[in-house]
Design a protein around this ligand. Sequence first.
Ligand code: NAD
Length: 503
Amino acid sequence: MINIATRINPAIAPAVSEVISQLQARHLIGNTLVPSVGGATLDVIDPATGQVIGKAPAASGDDVARAVEAASAAFPGWAATPARQRGKLIAAAASAIAERSDVIATVLALETGKAIRTECRGEVATAIDITTMYAGLASELKGETLPFDPQILTYTSREPLGVVAAILPWNVPLVLMMLKIAPALVAGNTVVVKASEEAPYATIEMARLMARLLPDGVLNVICGTGRDCGAALVEHPAVAKVTFTGSQAVGELIYQMAAKKIIPVSLELGGKSPMIVYPDADMARVVAGAIAGMRFTRQGQSCTAASRIYVHTTLIDAFVAALREAVSKLKIGDPLDEATDIGTVISPRQKAKVESYIDLGARTAGAKVDRCGELPGAAHLKDGLFLQPTIITGVPEDSPLMREEIFGPVVCVQPWDDEDDVIARANDSDFGLAATVWTNDLRSALRTVQRLDAGYVQVNQNLTIQPNLSYGGFRKSGLGKEASLEAMLEHFTKKKTVVIDMR
Ligand code: NAD
């Protein structure tokens, strides 16, 4: 076990170490921390130092079966619990998590390399916010009465689906977990979460605090590789619904596996989101919006990252200079250090992938690659997975840099001078997750918003997912919506139509 006491607030270090030591190679099944049946494990790395911080359990089909059986056994009782009572228990869970928020945020920073101040605390707070919101929506699991015939009572009711499998990536695991499990549980389903094998501890700890307040087996978390754990979970006959966030490639596989069982899936996949800047836009707001939208403080590891920025030709030089200056001021450093703005990427594989895109930019004729800011010099960070925010200009529109999701701190900035052309370029993508428009002219904004083919379109701001706003992509960015009441009703319940002859 590594010594983190010198890197974090000493007051919190013992609690963080205790959590990590309790969760060593353990799944959470039936409210108990258990090792894998076969004892297999995977290393969990601190991406800032390259050191192993512990082991994650590597589930096999036997572990998946144990977790699904626990969830199946808990389902009838949980589904029969009055909805408001379920909501009260989920609200209590949100409070229990809030009491431990700094410990969870620190564990998250340690295992993901995301900076504690700019990313991890906010992530825990958003996860709590989501949980609280859904707890309060328990009474909204309503059906409808239908005007069929005055002599025949006709209504619909919303019923839970059964065991829901929730498969998570590593980039924002706590928010993405709560967007799935809070509505699923409030709606009366039981859940098996598949944590990311690269960042399991904060996920399992948050779920453990929640599960303690719920009947055994209502919420379970297992961990392992995608093939042995994730695929086995999707294929398990008792899993009635899969909700997945991750890559497009894995999303396609899950969709195929679910099709064989004919069960519903929600897929939140990748993005390559455009940001269109009009000549009248307010430069200071646009630069701040680009930094927020590109999620530079998360090393660009965001599905909604505004990674294609189209700036009107009259502004592009000034914009690139201002963006470079602002981004260069962000401090890259130890994720656990309060002074750090930007931590690391998640894994050596991810770092190599991002660097290959930067190299492609450097090899592209006419392109300019600008790496901004300073890499950290501290000795303990010498093996850390740090990358500089990188601005690339002058690449062809059909370059992989413009078409593929890089999932790193790399933004492409392109000029435009014709509105029809820039909207066509913005829409010419496999993805359709998000888009933003920057202008003070109402007509330009509304015209462009109407024509952009993306699921989450904003004007003059670049917010992340909000708990009460329906969120989900078009085209290969996914299927279905998350967040909002709609997501709970449409994706975690089934609708029954009841017709009663009263004559
Ligand atoms: P990934 O697809 O590699 O893995 C996601 C999860 O799926 C992991 O838990 C993994 O173990 C599991 N998995 C892998 N193979 C599987 C299989 N065959 N069957 C079942 N499960 C399997 O994604 P990642 O690298 O962890 O995360 C990055 C990706 O997530 C990016 O593409 C990003 O765009 C996407 N993402 C999307 C959103 C969104 O809301 N649209 C949000 C965050 C991240």
